[in-house]
Write a protein that binds this ligand. Structure first.
Ligand SMILES: [Zn+2]
Length: 352
């Protein structure tokens, strides 16, 4: 299913590019700006099995994106500035903001040097448990389990299954099946329990990805001193907020803010919802983010920013810089808004 969707997106992007249709769509759809979403930024890896590749872009692609925006005279602004322009209806110039989710160390090593070269501000959304070193990046632990296994024995919905993992294609299929199953489990607790059981059976340390990949508080303190960097919140445990009872969701949102402010000694005014899609963040979460005092909150729903977004400051859509589509020819398509409009069925703020 995921592969099917990727193919549809790829075909759609290519069709838009080759038909030149994005030029015709631009005045209608380009909006006034865009918030770009990234996760990891690092040099490409060789391994054939990279099920999380959509969450990684190469520094070179980030550089190409920045160059493209500069060549079109688009302002690159912080989330504070974006908030300011939206509430003041200051739409004289088009703008883009760069956001990076989860708080990966490679943001410091690979993304920031590129962003600094363009004097481009960015916002890094930190899940406080990740900075603490106690978080669970279960999708990366799952990749590690399948990478080293020949097969995976698992009980899915009361029936035992043995998933082949002998080839890269089989590993990808096993990952997709397990990923979909895990995301559909009733609670976050169930998900973590199953991932931990898989890790234990395959001798993978479920806590290692957090310590290896995520910025520590000390590193974040240094980063926060950079005037080009804003640190935002991304919940405490990186759970699916919409699946939690309201008190828990509220605590995840407000608690991460308190924890990060305490560690970094500066206000945290911007939020990104973990997962951030329709299933993970809805009206209740948008209201909780407002009630917790966040100036803005971003989803992962695709879309450009329009004047109307000022009414939906805690439900802002973004444009994903997706590791599966790192080709400079898609950049005009992405900034035209045509790609995200296609995804949204040509709704505007209905992105939210
Ligand atoms: Zn995240």
């Amino acid at each position: 299913m995921k592969q099917f969707r990727n193919n549809v997106i790829r075909a759609g992007l290519e069709a838009l590019y080759f038909s030149g249709a994005h030029h015709l769509l631009r005045p209608l759809l380009s909006g006034i700006g865009a918030i770009f979403m990234l996760h990891q930024v690092r040099p490409p890896r060789e391994a054939e099995f990279q099920p999380n590749r959509h969450l990684e872009v190469a520094p070179e692609f980030l550089r190409a994106t920045l160059r493209h925006l500069r060549s079109r005279d688009i302002d690159i602004i912080s989330m504070d500035e974006l908030h300011e322009r939206l509430i003041q209806s200051n739409f004289g110039r088009r703008f883009a903001a760069f956001t990076l989710d989860d708080g990966y160390r490679d943001n410091l090593d690979h993304a920031l040097p590129v962003l600094r070269g363009f004097e481009a501000p960015s916002t890094i959304y930190v899940a406080s448990d990740f900075a603490e070193g106690t978080g669970r990046l279960w999708w990366i632990a799952l990749e590690a389990v399948i990478a080293k296994a020949d097969h995976i024995d698992v009980e899915i919905g009361n029936s035992a299954a043995r998933l082949d993992a002998t080839t890269p294609a089989a590993k990808q299929a096993a990952f997709d099946r397990l990923h979909d199953w895990l995301r559909a489990l009733p609670s976050e607790h169930d998900l973590q329990r199953e991932v931990e059981a898989l890790c234990a059976r395959h001798d993978v340390d479920a806590t290692a990805p957090c310590r290896e990949l995520c910025l520590s508080w000390d590193e974040l303190k240094r980063l926060a001193d950079d005037p080009l960097v804003t640190i935002g919140a991304h919940s405490m445990s990186h759970c699916n907020l919409a699946r939690q009872r309201e008190e828990i969701a509220a605590k995840e949102i407000a608690g991460s803010r308190v924890r990060i402010e305490k560690a970094l000694q500066r206000p945290v005014l911007h939020l990104a919802y973990p997962y951030g899609n329709r299933i993970a963040a809805g009206e209740r979460e948008f209201a909780l983010a407002s009630a917790s005092g966040f100036k803005t909150a971003v989803t992962t729903r695709p879309g450009m920013i329009f004047a109307e977004s000022a009414e939906r400051l805690t439900a802002l859509p973004r444009v994903s810089l997706n590791g599966n589509y790192q080709h400079t020819r898609i950049l005009p398509v992405l900034t035209s808004g045509a790609a995200t409009a296609m995804w949204n069925g040509f709704r505007r703020i209905a992105a939210a």
